[in-house]
Design a protein around this ligand. Sequence first.
Ligand code: 3HC
Length: 388
Amino acid sequence: MKFGVSVLSQINKITVLGSGIMGHGIAQISAMNGYDVVLRDIEEKFLDNAMSKIRWSLDKMVEKNKINKQESDKIHGRIRPVVDLKEALQDTDLLIEAVPEDLKLKKKVYSEVDQFAQEKTIYSSNTSTLPISEISQLTNRPSRFIGLHFFNPPQLMKLVEVIPGVNTDKSTVDLGIDFVKSLSKVPIVCNKDVPGFIVNRIFIPLVHEAAYSLENDGKTMTEIDSAVKYKLFLPMGIFELADYTGLDVVHKATIEMYSRDKKVVNPHPKIEQLFSSGKLGKKSGEGFYSYVDENYERVPLSEEEARRYDPIRILSVAINNAAWLISNGVCTREDVELALKIGMGLKRELFEIGRENGFKKIVSTLSELQEKNGSFYTPDPYLKTISS
Ligand code: 3HC
């Protein structure tokens, strides 16, 4: 049990539903911070795979002297892989659901969870794009339901977006915030339950803009990705990051966001094509790029290649969507900057990169794109105020 944060005296045992990229990482960091964790999936083989990924990650941390071997074994031992849902939910204080992004599937999962969860269990979802208010309505406790959105890899990324739904009560929000802090992570509260919350409203559209650049600008994937890395200061190229995140995740997030708000993203068909042909990125061995195996692996990018491409289109969309978040009171400019820094590893402030490139140029790039491709690109009023 984690001591020191009073509201957390309520939480000893955590159940993570879903052992994929996010689920296993969330289970690991919860165990690293002293919680007893049950990791639940529908088949033993998924859990075996997840437990070996946790072992890999812990070994990396031992190698880098972040923890010692003894601690690593203790942490691993604190995570119990379980297939039976009733057993997994027994006596649990906090449920963290990280199953695939499909509302029908979530509905099925929560109707089963409702049968077995005790009254005391607080529900949370790691959904990346589905509205928390909608998911909470599928359960028997919408007031004790909260969004806790982690970032990949959860073991390394410090950000957790905390998203209250319309029915979430204040004590559940407070508990969510304190829980995130107890994991040595930084909570950023998303004031409105909007599609994509904060970071995905910026990340997901960038994958599509990069695909438009690839189609129209006569550049290679590594030239675009190198420019994203060396001129927009993200630690990974955007195609690289999409592959790393999973094209299934990117595709489903796109569908969910676009179906609710056309102002979030201008979908490029390439993402759906990759998804439909089973090219899911790193996890399937091929996405935008090809990979040797499932282990952590980077795409070689260079400053030389970066010089061949001006990523103004990609930057303009990122800034425009960030401006939308500010204009619509979802979060402050400071929160957007912090979220991008600790959720995507952005090394410089986004609006500072925008200022250096020129807000007038950004607004005119968006206006040209709007003329050709429609209102998704309409410059946000906030940009007009800072560019004048
Ligand atoms: N556990 C432990 N160690 C890990 C790890 C893990 N899960 N993953 C990677 N590492 C290790 C690597 O193996 C490497 O070790 P090595 O030096 O022995 O090779 C070390 O971390 C550093 O890796 P890199 O050399 O590749 O260095 P970076 O400085 O680039 O750091 C990174 C890696 C933290 C992944 C960084 O590239 C990054 O921040 N990338 C962007 C990630 C991002 O944007 N995430 C958010 C995506 S959106 C999202 O998740 C939301 C969802 O809803 C879609």
